[in-house]
Each structure stands twice: as structure tokens, then as C-alpha cells.
Design a protein around this ligand. Structure first.
Ligand SMILES: Nc1nc2c(ncn2[C@@H]2O[C@H](COP(=O)(O)OP(=O)(O)O)[C@@H](O)[C@H]2O)c(=O)[nH]1
Ligand SMILES: [Mg+2]
Length: 167
């Protein structure tokens, strides 16, 4: 059985690595991306009998890369063609960060949108119509608090569902 690939992508400091650790737990390998000094972590996750490789990609603001980190992230997304891309964003900065979601969708990637740091968003009085966003973007959307493990089970369900429907 072939191993499906999941890339976790998004701006720096949105909780990608916390989410990566919540999904993978063990068998994590950290190495420099070939020809660069940028470190990329790869781990394994088993979900409903399906084996996945999970990749924690370097922070990126745009798919049209400027920094070496962004170039590595782009190469992983475009050259490695992961089966699923989890776009993690900071729910407090939803509008600004949705641009990258749209770029990922336009690049024909299978995107799951994770609205992370919902705890702080709620404290700031921000409420998000996640199901409206799902309908509008036509991709799965999950609200999470990665540091508290909230929403991780729902994310796993969406990953499993994506596997059955689209891959
Ligand atoms: N309050 C809150 N902080 C979070 C959450 N997820 C991540 N963080 C914090 O955000 C910071 C950046 O997380 P990290 O996973 O390193 O972000 P990355 O740069 O996207 O990999 C860390 O201090 C985390 O503890 C969350 O859901 N809520
Ligand atoms: Mg990180």
C-alpha cells in the first residue's frame, strides 16, 4: 500500500509545528532540504489503517517565493505533490492569511483549511462562520486550538474523509 503525503503549510508562527507534533507523535526525522540549509521535519501518522507521511514545511507568506524557506516550502508543495495540504492560519488574522489559501487552491492542491489559535480569536471577540467558509471555498475547514489538542480529532476525520473522496 502506498503512503499518502500530507504537507502542513502556512505563515510562520501559526502553530504548524504544534499541529505536526499532535498528528505524528513518533518516527520524526529532521533533515536539511536537499541543497539548502532549511530544516524540514517528516513524520508518520496512521489513520483508520491508512499510513501517511506528514511534512512540516517552512513558513511561507506566499506561494510566489522570496526567501529560501518559502522556496523550499514551494518545492515541497509543487514538486512533491502531496495528496493533502493542510493550510494552517491564525484565526485572528483570517482575512490577511486567506490569500495563501486561495493560491494553494489555484495551484490545484487538495487543501484542508485549519483555523488555529481559536482560543485567542474568541478572547478578542472574533467569531468565524467556518461552515460558510467551507461552502464558499469548497474545501474542508476546521477550527483548532493546537496547543490544547482541540479540533485535532475533527481534523483527522476530515483527512480520512478527503482520502476516501478525492484521492
Ligand atoms: N494560544 C495559542 N497558541 C498557539 C496555538 N497553536 C500554537 N500556538 C503557539 O504559537 C507559537 C508558534 O507555534 P509553532 O507551532 O512553532 O508555529 P509555526 O511557526 O507555524 O511552526 C508557539 O508559541 C505555540 O505554542 C493555539 O492554538 N493557541
Ligand atoms: Mg514551525
Amino acid at each position: 500500500m502506498s503512503v499518502k503525503k500530507i504537507a502542513i503549510a502556512g505563515n510562520p508562527n501559526v502553530g504548524k509545528s504544534v499541529l505536526f507534533n499532535a498528528l505524528t507523535k513518533q518516527y520524526v526525522a529532521v533533515s536539511n532540504y536537499p541543497g539548502t540549509t532549511v530544516e524540514v521535519s517528516r513524520g508518520r501518522m496512521n489513520l483508520e489503517g491508512e499510513e501517511y507521511e506528514v511534512i512540516d514545511t517552512p513558513g511561507m507568506y506566499s506561494l510566489y517565493s522570496i526567501t529560501e524557506e518559502e522556496r523550499v516550502a514551494r518545492r515541497i508543495l509543487i514538486n512533491e505533490r502531496p495528496d493533502i495540504v493542510i493550510h494552517v492560519l491564525d484565526a485572528k488574522n483570517l482575512e490577511r492569511m486567506l490569500l495563501l489559501t486561495l493560491q494553494l487552491i489555484e495551484a490545484d492542491l487538495n487543501v484542508i483549511l485549519v483555523l488555529n489559535i481559536m482560543d485567542e480569536a474568541v478572547k478578542e471577540g472574533i467569531s468565524i462562520d467556518a461552515s460558510g467558509l467551507e461552502k464558499e471555498l469548497k474545501i474542508p475547514v476546521v477550527e483548532t486550538v493546537a496547543t490544547a489538542g482541540k479540533g485535532i480529532d475533527e481534523l483527522k476525520k476530515k483527512i480520512g474523509g478527503y482520502g476516501k473522496k478525492r484521492l
